[in-house]
Design a protein around this ligand. Sequence first.
Ligand SMILES: Cc1cc2nc3c(=O)[nH]c(=O)nc-3n(C[C@H](O)[C@H](O)[C@H](O)COP(=O)(O)OP(=O)(O)OC[C@H]3O[C@@H](n4cnc5c(N)ncnc54)[C@H](O)[C@@H]3O)c2cc1C
Length: 532
Amino acid sequence: MAPSPREEPTLSPPVPPESDDACVLWHRRNLRLTDDRAVEYATANYDTVCPLFIFDPRFYGADGLACDARLRFLHECLADLEDQYTKEGTTLVYAHGSPVDVLDSFLDAGWDAVVNREATGRYGKERDDALAARDGVRFVADDGIRYGQSDREGWAEHAESYFESDPNRPHESGFGRHDLPSTVDIDAIEGEYDVSPSKTDVPTGGRTAALARLDRFLDVVHEYQANVSSPLGAATRASRLSAHLRFGALSVREVYQALDDAIDSNGKEAFVSRLFWNRHYTQKLADWSGWMDTAVNPVLEGIYADNGDEELIRAWKRGRTGFPMVDASMRCLRETGWLNFRMRAMCASVFSFVLKQPWQVGADYMYYHLIDADPAINYTQWQSQSGLKGIGAIRVYNPRKQVRDNDPEGDFVKRWVPELDPVPAKYLDRPERMPLSLQDELGVDVGEDYPYPVVDYDRERRAALDTFAGLRAESEAAMREPDVFRRASLSPKSRNIVEQATTRSDGAGTQSAESAGSDSESANEQAGLDQF
Ligand SMILES: Cc1cc2nc3c(=O)[nH]c(=O)nc-3n(C[C@H](O)[C@H](O)[C@H](O)COP(=O)(O)OP(=O)(O)OC[C@H]3O[C@@H](n4cnc5c(N)ncnc54)[C@H](O)[C@@H]3O)c2cc1C
């Protein structure tokens, strides 16, 4: 076993390579050898390829925004990657420390570095910009994302050709041999950071588990569309591949191409659209790293920022808002690290519009607990569900309607909010409406055993719509600013909305913002809904 990171200097200077033609292959999000551009490039261009993973302290510990279950999932992916390399006759090397420092030490010793480009937030962008300036570092990409492009023209065609083209493969010359030791191992890292997951029902990480999951899903993909909205239906009939895709145990292209074997159905079609959404949101973060902390529309930066109410935030986090579907969802998230799309959207919408709390607090909390936490999807979705583009229709999810539509028997609510177990299904959307005599009979005292709604939903919804309507003209004008327009990285439909607003402001158009059509980036289109 390697020494603990505390006992050993984080960076022991790497041994110089024996050949001039040697590189380290730095794995970050792609924890696989198949369909990985960096693997293909490194094996095709270097005699000796030393695979490397760096444990970055920034993602561990109290400020790390990653729950222990996600760290464990990552470690399982790494253990699987170790096996994949063993089969190739080489070893995965581990280091611990700032990636820039670690890679500098390799560069100083005479190694090149090969790495996949990735969409990242500000920290990752600064890190990658610093590395890109070093001699000997090669960034490569083949992931359906266009880097450094200033507009979205031709994006759909680019994504489509990515999905349809042949996956990357390690070059037949292989990885060569290296003698570099690891300076740390997974056990030492888990000990150092006291990784002890408390969540249940978390999938196992790694390519082996991911391929098995994909295999099972292909048998039921035709049932996808009919089940994806319900939190219990989606738990068994959605793919549940998100965490595997997040850590790159599989590529989205591999999943797309595996669907060739499934018979055509509306479920398959709907699922394919989700894979495009995955690339679409990833493109957004590649276009602007600010999505994680700054409202995309500057007019809405700071909206509700001064409202921070610890009690409301705690009620939302703990699943004690008095809205059963929100409470069940938030408890499910904390316990399992997963929720289906619609429940994530509802929880975000209620946090931002109904409780009127600063969106970043909710987004960070969800990100912390999700096993599939992906900065490109989580934060862009939060901004979308919080109306922060300031264009198109504002949609406020109704948590009571979600019970009626997606959990009519109350199975999901009762599973996660057991204090409501005796309550008849017809009251589960609004338990506070149960007659007192019935509460007595059932032994459920609303206000005592389960809270009254922490706010008046109808009043807060109207207030939010009024606030956003009042900011509409200013928001649309801001979105027409070239810099903002570019960073918003809008889909064609959203661009149409801005263009229609421009026509109106020129006096030529008559359509109101509310009737300008749906924003294709909204939950509405993704979930195929017409009401919330
Ligand atoms: C507020 C909010 C936060 C979210 N945060 C994340 C996140 O951090 N990581 C994440 O992977 N997904 C996120 N999603 C999107 C979606 O909820 C999850 O991808 C999905 O629930 C994961 O389950 P699954 O793998 O069974 O998905 P499936 O429904 O089987 O979809 C297959 C894959 O398509 C992609 N996908 C599905 N829906 C979307 C979407 N709306 N946008 C982009 N890609 C999508 C994912 O990679 C997913 O694994 C978020 C959605 C919302 C509303």
